[in-house]
Design a protein around this ligand. Sequence first.
Ligand SMILES: *Cc1c(COP(=O)(O)O)cnc(C)c1O
Length: 366
Amino acid sequence: MTIQFIDLKAQYQALKSSIDTRIHKVLDHGQYIMGPEVAELEGKLAEYTGARHCITVASGTEALLISLMALDIKPGDEIITTPFTFVATAEVIALLGATPVFVDIEVDTCNIDAGKIEAAITSKTRAIMPVSLYGQPADMDEINAIAAKYGLTVIEDAAQSFGAEYKGRKSCNLSTVGCTSFFPSKPLGCYGDGGAIFTDDEKLAKIMREIRVHGQERRYVHTRIGVGGRMDTLQCAVVLAKLERFEWEVEQRLKIGARYNELFAGKVSTVTQRPDRTSVFAQYTVFVDNREQVQEKLRAAGVPTAVHYPIPLNRQAAYAALSKVSGNVLSSDAMAGRVMSLPMSADLSQQEQDHIVTLVIETLGK
Ligand SMILES: *Cc1c(COP(=O)(O)O)cnc(C)c1O
């Protein structure tokens, strides 16, 4: 049995007729940039998350960048975030000349430790960017409360968590700004690059829409510096088709994740799920020692694995000098050596999952 790490082909087969129809509709009307599918998708995504505004953009990275630009983040400003994330989270901060300030994670969820954020705040702090890692939101109420106390903005990097819930509210709509990604392997993916920004703030939404198209207020009238950051119509069409069974996919992800948890209970340690929120399991991640040997054995048995992420961002050559660490990031260091993600997708069968679980338990010698 060979198992896909993420099975995108099975998803395409299931949605083939809708996806093909949607794509051909765009080819027929020919409005490849800002065609009608863009506003249609924005409306549907806003409705899904409950956020007042949705602005589709060229990628998840662009969503984060445009959000920071809309907040007028400047050189010298500090943005608090986690070092245990994909590089894009810190990259956009650095691109604007601001300083990523890394706060350590909780060892059980691998999300930013809200209890350590306040100690990182200085007179230069402008925003907090928690990441909903592996698909599970961080302690957003606590983070929002700290932000309110110090007049900061919270931007949720929800690139991995579209569809997840926190205390009954949807990820992307848990703070002033939420950013997600439609990279093909994310819980809601397109067939190229894409992303979206969510906010209830009318003024910010208007600024973000302008920044998305070169800072123009209307055609060839540029009131601010922007980027070429639109999501193209074809990619919006793909996401629209995928939304048709997204609710089912989220349910499947919750079920498959819960089943992994049950089957590993007492045998393999896994990322902890907090009872007041869900994870959409962009990754299903376990903690192992001797990771390389374990991965090699699983690979030989036909089970692909991945590491998210092997090196905390404060230890990356490009970021070491321009970032700051608040206190220490010992938990990030420790977990970077232990995390291992297993195959996960809405189409993973019970048989495949049983096979993976048996092999992992066997390999770990338990
Ligand atoms: C994927 C990802 C991004 C970037 O999204 P792209 O669409 O690939 O630009 C940002 N942050 C996190 C946490 C991600 O997982």
